[in-house]
Design a protein. Structure first.
Length: 161
């Protein structure tokens, strides 16, 4: 049974130590940020989104537990936001530790997430997924998510200003 528990300060510090460089790498891989600036831009993005850390209003960070082990096996972060005239949850991050992947934990974490979102009176869940992350895209489609927009890019060889 997958359970979401509010993240502790220690878990939050551990999360940021991994999430900031991972997000920077995702932005590099998607062609949005240069490697030379990515880590600093990622730090700034997290500082802007979570200026009060775990106490940032309307942001909810959870550790995912498998219901067996006392250690967490992943995490989920969402924020309550206004979108299209509705209050929804926007998932900023979700992850399952590599040793626990491909065991259904992510799917069960999203089911538990739906309960948390409904408890807060929010009417839906939105998220972003990098284009190269086809595994996550397949997971989200299997959970009933639909594509709402797509950004595309074509690299041109030796483009000169």
């Amino acid at each position: 049974m997958t359970v979401l528990e509010s993240m502790s300060d220690a878990e939050f510090s551990q999360y940021l130590a991994v999430a900031i460089p991972d997000y920077a790498q995702g932005k590099i891989d998607s062609g949005q940020w240069a490697a030379s600036e990515a880590l600093e831009l990622s730090r700034k993005a997290y500082a802007d989104l979570l200026p009060q850390g775990l106490q940032t209003p309307d942001n909810f960070l959870f550790t995912v537990h498998d219901g067996v082990s006392p250690e967490g096996i992943g995490m989920v972060w969402f924020a309550a936001q206004e979108r299209g005239g509705q209050r929804i949850a926007f998932v900023y991050d979700v992850s399952v530790d590599p040793a626990h992947q491909r065991k259904g934990h992510a799917s069960r974490a999203f089911i538990a997430l739906e309960v948390e979102v409904q408890k807060r009176g929010l009417s839906g869940i939105a998220l972003h997924v990098f284009g190269q992350n086809t595994g996550a895209q397949a997971l989200y489609r299997s959970l009933g998510f639909v594509t709402t927009n797509i950004n595309m890019f074509k690299q041109l060889a030796d483009a000169k200003a």
